[in-house]
Ligand binder design. Structure first.
Ligand code: KIV
Length: 262
């Protein structure tokens, strides 16, 4: 059955963990879909793991639309989440709508955009016009130059800022909030205070669901391995087995473990 925003909302309310993986092509979309992964994220991480670039910033709207269309052709049931690309949505709600509608026409069912409370106006503009939004907060990779690297966000007093971002975005109509690299206690507090599902990557186990970059969990990305990554291929012996083990571990709450958490 096709996964929709309503399915995700119900899963979160009933305590069923949501599994998400990044995906960039039709063959993997079909494999992930068959393994029961609920959300396929066509992430701008494709710039790094597919194109070999050193950040997500160079990915263009045309490239994102192309990969979304590839994934949409391979998936039957999973919800397809498309990343809004750097420079294509930050200027105005109208610019964001033009970009998001192109990604939806390519096959996305929801779009993801990075940024805190200041993106609330844009989030409201999209949501009111029928575009489900996933807000990406905490470590937002498109800010790598501003952050001076990929660092844990929301430590200590800074946690209030991240909590306020999450509340403002949910209030503006975000359908889901994704938190990257934030302390587990903060992610739990945010999850408890929001009416929408939360997805974590390096955010501990007490969120509505988990996401990993496919190439990281298969152990094929040659770059540095982050603390929150688990290589599911190491024990599984096949790609299908690794993806099934990931879905089982997310559903069974055995991933992430303490060693993957901040
Ligand atoms: O682009 C991506 O893969 C992402 C994940 C890190 C969540 O945004």
């Amino acid at each position: 059955m096709k996964i929709t925003v309503t399915t995700l909302q119900k899963m979160a309310q009933e305590g069923h963990k949501i599994s998400m993986l990044t995906c960039y092509d039709a063959s993997f979309a079909s494999l992930l879909d068959d393994a029961g992964v609920e959300i396929l994220l066509v992430g701008d991480s494709l710039g790094m793991v597919v194109q070999g670039k050193d950040s997500t910033l160079p990915v263009t709207e045309d490239e994102m639309a192309y990969h979304i269309a590839c994934v949409a052709r391979g998936a039957k049931n999973a919800l397809i989440l498309g990343d809004m690309t750097f420079g294509a949505y930050q200027q105005s709600p109208q610019q964001a709508f033009a970009h998001a509608s192109r990604l939806m026409q390519a096959g996305a069912n929801m779009v993801k955009l990075e940024g805190g409370a200041y993106m609330a106006e844009t989030t409201r503009f999209l949501a009111e016009r029928g575009i489900p939004v996933c807000s990406h907060i905490g470590l937002t990779p498109q800010f790598v130059n501003a952050f001076g690297g990929y660092r844990v966000q929301g430590k200590g007093d800074d946690g209030r800022r991240v909590l306020n971002d999450a509340k403002a975005l949910a209030e503006a109509g975000a359908s889901m909030v994704l938190m990257e690299c934030v302390p587990a206690a903060l992610a739990r507090e945010i999850t408890d205070s929001l009416p929408v599902p939360t997805i974590g990557i390096g955010a501990g186990a007490d969120v509505s669901g988990q996401v990993l970059v496919l190439h990281d969990m298969l152990g094929v990305y040659p770059g540095k391995k982050a603390r929150f990554v688990k290589n599911f291929m190491a024990e599984a012996g096949s790609i299908q087995g690794a993806v099934e083990a990931y879905v089982k571990a997310v559903r069974g709450k055995t991933f992430p473990a303490d060693e993957h958490t901040f």
